[in-house]
Design a binder for this molecule. Sequence first.
Ligand SMILES: C[C@](O)(CO)[C@H](O)COP(=O)(O)OP(=O)(O)OC[C@H]1O[C@@H](n2ccc(N)nc2=O)[C@H](O)[C@@H]1O
Ligand SMILES: Nc1ncnc2c1ncn2[C@@H]1O[C@H](COP(=O)(O)OP(=O)(O)OP(=O)(O)O)[C@@H](O)[C@H]1O
Length: 306
Amino acid sequence: MSDAVTDAVTVRVPAKVNVQLAVGAARPDGFHDLANVFLAVSLYDEVTATPAETLTITCEGPDADKVPLDRTNLAARAAELLAARHGISPDVHLHIAKDIPVAGGMAGGSADGAGALLACDALWGLNTPRETLLEICAELGSDVPFSLVGGAALGTGRGEKLTGLPVGGAFHWVFAVADGGLSTPAVYGEFDRLTEGVDVPEPTASPVLLDALRTGDTTALAGALTNDLQAAALSLRPSLAATLTTGTDAGALAALVSGSGPTTAFLVKDAETAETVAATLTASGTCRTARVATSPAPGGTVLPSA
Ligand SMILES: C[C@](O)(CO)[C@H](O)COP(=O)(O)OP(=O)(O)OC[C@H]1O[C@@H](n2ccc(N)nc2=O)[C@H](O)[C@@H]1O
Ligand SMILES: Nc1ncnc2c1ncn2[C@@H]1O[C@H](COP(=O)(O)OP(=O)(O)OP(=O)(O)O)[C@@H](O)[C@H]1O
């Protein structure tokens, strides 16, 4: 038995793709009701919490210069909210090893919020009930609860109310990372502009899509992928149309904008096709880089200490 005091906790957290994103009309609070079918994918950030005299954030990775290191960082906000619940001071150093594209529609900031929450909870020995952690996640942002739970889930309300979904097999993806990000509120704003005067139906999950997930049927899932924010993202970033066409011409079964974009997602039949499609996308110049991933992926996980 060891008496070692925990002096660092690292949590791994996944990115997400929305395999269905059905968006309702704007609510009085400015949010939109959703039927949001989340699927966690195997691109991960790692958040490491270590004791410190005050709350500090550092970040490494190719997009690190685009990540705020002040209290607006979702990881910092997570530490503050958790500490406030327990009446303690949020003195911690949070280091983010960032691999999820920033402002790409893959919930990278949300992943870091969920990761920091789990890492601080373990570092501070709080054993906060799961339900309370999920409440804090929802306070941090609509996508954050899903970053904590991972796998696949239907998000209703503004996306924060989750129901876990069964997934019957692995799916293979390619993600084309665009130059520059898109602001999530701007994309929802463009959705409102494009649907002005239109009777926007109540968002509902597609039974065909849920069945494709449950049975692990890639071809059926490819036929059922939809994103109601896609037209808005394309309106703000018309060049994404060429990226989508390049991926499908290269052999992807289906292509769509990931969440609010500008990352585009390509569902492919196997790992070999994923490599071919990724190479074609990268060579085409229609994106900054392409990443290969599989789903489902686990939610936030405390890694064994080294
Ligand atoms: C596009 C998605 O990534 C799909 O999963 C999410 O809906 C966005 O989730 P998120 O980034 O966690 O968003 P939040 O931080 O909760 O909200 C940012 C802004 O996005 C818009 N927003 C977000 C979620 C939602 N259901 N309706 C909205 O209209 C609002 O303008 C809000 O002020
Ligand atoms: N830990 C973080 N990592 C990245 N961005 C962060 C973080 N905390 C706050 N932000 C801010 O949030 C903005 C959106 O970043 P993020 O990577 O979460 O976007 P996203 O993947 O499009 O999110 P979503 O898919 O949830 O809409 C960034 O431009 C940045 O200013």
